[in-house]
Design a protein around this ligand. Structure first.
Ligand code: ARG
Length: 586
């Protein structure tokens, strides 16, 4: 038997096949669950409801199934023991031979990746993040789309998706009129090489906006600048280009610091010549209608959206967020063959995306286009210690750059205290990794759809579900291998079969990784992976405290080193998927 990467999924196939061979009808479901450890690792519960519905004996039904399972050449009883329990559950226990073979086969990141490919199997995916609006400095609100988006991008890629990230920046909107007016009224000269330009642009925007509020003449003048920009006035277009240059230079520095891989940046402005086709198609299919001068979609079979329209063209004729998103969706399908699109944004955009997805479904159905699966990955707010959206003392949003700098500086103190012997360079490297990782992990380890409380002490703690704890767990395994002067990655050929309870528990934990991928993928919630890594580190500690790794019994030592190595492989793989580069020393 080939060693299954993902046992519960394979068992599901085996049981389904047995049911087919036994002549059960389509209503049968295998129902594979993790079992009470006293009886096995997994159980198949499906015989019970099936027998009931057929008015036959569940135990007999389970026995028939088991007979067929055992006949399946893909099923080897030396790897999996079976039994029938209670009224008709089938229990499966992975043997030590199975655990051992799994650990031997799935050595590390590249073997795990090759096996995990099957989840997405080359599916073409576009992931839309972090997609900020231009001409504004990045603040703490930009953290979540970056961190969550990058983790999901990495996870999907690892699991076999043919994925491209598309940064759908907001670079085309009414605020450009105000900004350009602010710039002109102040006689401000943009300098794209100046690192502080973005801050200065922000203050120009504030000036423009204050003026526009002050008198209708100023407001009118700002609108005129916008119209000039939209109709291609060379001066305003040039200014707009400069603004975007300044923005993207500042954003790029932040993306680099956060380890983001952005494949393309097609902002809202890219679609401005592509919206007319949207209006045309949605009108000719009868999906959109004119309403008080605007073009809108009423989703008649939806509770709320039958009266709350999706506005796709404003009454002044301008395109908006909705028209752009419809055009973007079509573009991604026609140009990239997208089979799935993942949008990572704030939870306040839930209505927008529901309306977008429902409208797209109608439109694609009407035109015979093939609709990709559309997923809105939304997240809650980061709260300060007072339980309100995090702000600086003066009520401004916290600058992201300042937040990261503070994280690194606090991490430096923690690292210095923990490891006073580290050289200056080493301490700096560790502090940089730990600081940013701590912020990142505090975010990812929370269920993304909730709000979470930002606490420096918690996120930098070395115990609990934190980045420092996990980084330290991995570094500690490195130090075991350093002490004996061996590589932590390898085959461990002389290893005997795993034996003690703590070894077996650790092996089980390691081979539940594929199930964790499955659950993390099912709703794109990275905190499942975090919880798993945290538990794995705990299971490893229990093993390490109970079983002596370095010992005179060579075979026992090899197998324990193998367990250390596999734990390290999974921890490092998991951390990288979360966007955290592991450390060898801490
Ligand atoms: N720029 C938007 C914002 O800052 C997010 C864009 C998300 N992507 C999209 N295709 N709508 O809120």
């Amino acid at each position: 038997m080939d060693i299954w990467f993902h046992p519960s999924e394979e068992l599901e196939k085996i049981v389904a096949k047995a049911a087919e061979d036994a002549g059960f009808d389509k209503s049968f479901e295998p129902q594979i669950r993790t079992a009470d450890p006293r009886f096995g690792d997994f159980q198949a519960n499906g015989a019970l409801p099936y027998a009931k519905s057929k008015k036959s004996n569940p135990r007999t039904c389970a026995q028939i199934l088991l007979g067929h399972i055992e006949k399946n050449p893909d099923f080897d009883p030396s790897y999996i023991e079976t039994s029938i329990a209670g009224p008709g559950f089938i229990n499966f226990r992975l043997t030590k031979k199975f655990l051992q073979s799994w650990l031997t086969k799935y050595k590390g990141e590249s073997e795990l990746k090759a096996a995990a490919k099957k989840f997405y199997d080359g599916k073409k995916v576009i992931i839309d993040y972090p997609s900020p609006n231009t001409a504004k400095q990045m603040h703490v609100g930009h953290l979540r789309p970056m961190v969550i988006g990058e983790a999901i991008r990495r996870l999907l890629e690892f699991c076999g998706a043919d994925i491209k990230s598309d940064n759908h920046i907001g670079d085309w909107g009414t605020n450009f009129g105000i900004l350009i007016y602010g710039i002109k009224s102040q006689g401000y000269k943009l300098d794209t090489s100046n690192e502080n330009s973005l801050e200065e642009l922000e203050s120009m925007y504030k000036k423009g906006s204050a003026l526009a509020k002050e008198s209708p003449e100023h407001a009118e003048a700002a609108r005129a600048e916008l119209l000039k920009l939209q109709s291609g006035d060379p001066e305003n277009v040039a200014l707009w280009n400069e603004i975007n240059k300044v923005s993207s230079a500042a954003f790029d520095r932040m993306y680099k610091r956060m380890g983001l891989k952005i494949d393309m940046t097609l902002g809202e402005s890219f679609y401005r010549d592509k919206v007319s086709r949207i209006y045309k198609e949605l009108c000719e299919t009868g999906i959109a209608e004119e309403n008080q001068g605007a073009l809108v979609v009423f989703l008649r079979d939806h509770d709320r959206f039958k009266t709350q329209p999706f506005i796709i063209r404003k009454s002044d004729g301008a395109s908006n967020y909705a028209s752009t998103d419809l055009a973007t969706l079509l573009y991604r399908v026609e140009n990239f063959g997208a089979e799935e699109i993942v949008y990572v944004t704030d939870g306040r955009q839930q209505d927008h995306f529901q309306q977008l997805f429902l409208t797209a479904k109608k439109w694609f159905d009407a035109k015979g286009y093939s609709l990709p699966s559309l997923r809105h990955v939304w997240f809650g707010t980061i709260l300060g210690e007072d339980g309100k959206a995090i702000k600086t003392k003066s009520g401004e949003p916290v600058r992201l750059r300042a937040l990261l700098d503070e994280a690194v500086s606090r991490a430096r103190d923690v690292v210095r205290a923990k490891n006073p012997g580290a050289s200056e360079d080493e301490a700096e490297k560790i502090a940089n990794t730990v600081g940013v990782a701590a912020i990142r992990y505090a975010d990812l380890s929370q269920n993304r759809s909730g709000d979470y409380l930002f606490s420096w002490d918690k996120l930098l703690a070395f115990d609990g579900n934190t980045a420092p704890y996990l980084l330290y767990a991995a570094a500690r395994i490195h130090s075991i291998f350093r002490k004996i002067n061996r590589s932590p990655y390898g085959d461990f050929e002389g290893a005997s079969e795993i034996e003690t309870d703590t070894e077996i528990a650790l092996a089980h934990k390691l081979l539940s990784l594929p199930a964790v991928f499955e659950s993390t993928l099912s709703d794109l919630r990275p905190h499942f992976l975090c919880t798993y890594l945290y538990e794995l580190a705990g299971t490893f500690s229990a093993f390490y405290n109970a079983d002596k790794v370095i010992s005179d019994d060579k075979q026992a030592m090899e197998r324990r080193l193998m367990l250390c190595s596999r734990t390290l492989g999974v921890l490092e793989t998991g951390l990288r998927l979360l966007g955290i580069e592991p450390l060898e020393k801490m």
